[in-house]
Design a protein around this ligand. Structure first.
Ligand SMILES: [Mg+2]
Length: 240
């Protein structure tokens, strides 16, 4: 019954966490910092980055401010001085989209699904960065349309980005399925736009929903699935 499969990019298809770790480590070592202190640095960075992205999503700060502050604050907390956050960020963003590590099984699953369905991307992120990731990791050929929040000026979970994607692919809601790792952005976002959703949760130990989640799902007229591996998608879209 599904014809259009909308995928999130980061940590659903393209292994953002692993790629980020490697790209940042390269910049970190090039700056002459100690290898053994990298793990701690990366942890501090992720904490600041997550918080700033949350602010950015709520329109609290601008893109440039986010880009600069996430490293300025990391350096401050890590006790590093003499390097500008903006410069470090620029080099990190240069290396980041050149990374090619994918989520487990992504290539095989996309290859198979792309023969039977129209695949699209709906991603929150910066335009040039997201396009480069798709090109360098040879993902682009699997997808028909790419929708990036910076361009559409409306990030997930806002209803607008999902409606924009439906309009521009001529997809009906009931023929569409959103697949993503973020409960708030991908699952709740698509649910509120009236699209069925798959929550990709590789870090969970089972695919049961919590009581709180069940209560939320009971109010929705859409279907919600949870998978721990991308290969479980085959059963949802009836490919065996
Ligand atoms: Mg994601």
């Amino acid at each position: 019954m599904y014809k259009h499969l909308f995928f999130d990019l980061d940590n659903t298809v393209w292994n953002f966490d692993l790629n980020s770790w490697h790209a940042m480590k390269r910049v970190y070592l090039e700056c002459g910092f100690q290898d053994e202190e990298y793990e701690g640095f990366f942890e501090i960075y992720n904490r600041h980055n997550d918080r700033l992205w949350e602010l950015y999503r709520r329109n609290g700060i601008q893109k440039q401010e986010l880009a600069r502050q996430r490293f300025d604050l990391t350096f401050e907390e890590a006790g590093i001085s003499g390097i500008s956050g903006a410069e470090f960020n620029e080099r990190y963003l240069q290396y980041m989209p050149l990374q090619t590590r994918l989520c487990d099984g992504a290539h095989e699953v996309l290859e198979k699904l792309s023969k039977r369905f129209k695949l699209h991307i709906i991603t929150n992120g910066f335009l040039e960065v997201q396009h480069k990731k798709l090109e360098h990791s040879d993902l682009r050929p699997f997808f028909d349309r790419i929708f990036i929040s910076e361009e559409i000026k409306s990030p997930k979970p806002s209803r607008e980005i999902f409606m924009h994607a439906l309009r521009n692919t001529n997809a009906r809601k009931r023929e569409s399925l959103m697949i993503g790792d973020s409960w708030d952005a991908d699952v709740i976002g698509a649910m509120e736009a009236g699209i069925d959703q798959v929550h990709y949760a590789p870090h969970l130990s089972d695919n049961h929903f919590s009581t709180l989640e069940e209560q939320l799902l009971a109010k929705s007229s859409t279907h919600t699935y949870r998978i721990l591996s991308l290969k479980e998608l085959f059963a949802i879209v009836h490919i065996f």
